[in-house]
Ligand binder design. Sequence first.
Ligand SMILES: [Zn+2]
Length: 258
Amino acid sequence: MPLHPVRLGCVIVAAAIAAGVVAQIATSPHSATPGNHYLASRPVTGQRPTGRPSHPKPAPTTAPVPRSTTRPAATNNQAPKGKVIYFTFDDGPQRTWTPIVLSVLAKHHAKATFFQLGIQIAELPDLAARVRAEGHTIGNHTYDHKSLTTLTPAKVRWEIEHGPKSTCFRPPSRETNAQIAATAAAYGMRQILWDVDTKDWSEPGAASIESAIMHGARPGAIILVHDGGGDRSQTVAALDRSLTRLARNGYRFISLPC
Ligand SMILES: [Zn+2]
């Protein structure tokens, strides 16, 4: 039975719409999963998967889509770049232990970050320079390790100002608050804390320090150890063994960009 002209028109229009939809899906960069087209046009939050960056084309009538590089709000961590670990050495430079730490790091082709004190650098400027010359970075650990939360804002500024020049700041004993972090930011520094506290300052034994490092090791972890502040022989022994074991597990050791 021949179709009525009006019904025939409807069929043609419906067919044309269907064909258009098929064509749109086929030309969509997300044709495998058309639903992504809509997801992709929304701001992307959280970490994107690794691999090919996604740059959805915003529709002309919508606001520009933020590039999908959003990361969690800056905290103490760097975004991990594969199997890397950030060793950080606090309270130096120290005449005896910093050179020994440097030699252990060199033996393992490891780079690290040293959160140094202004008062120590004033005493041992050549050693501070050597740390940089050997490819490590230096962070600001204040002038002389006062508990910043007990100081007036003016004294906090003084402590930070008289620490080493850096873009990284670590408050002594993790004693900090929003105002202290903001003061550091005003000097162009971001606050860097840590993920793994080895408690090496309490001299718990090299095996205990090594165990803390190995249990805390994961991509991007920041590990706290010390080259200053006391006898660091346990730290050095634990460092040497940990670097061997972690390298065997595929880890690299790099400096924080400070
Ligand atoms: Zn310290």
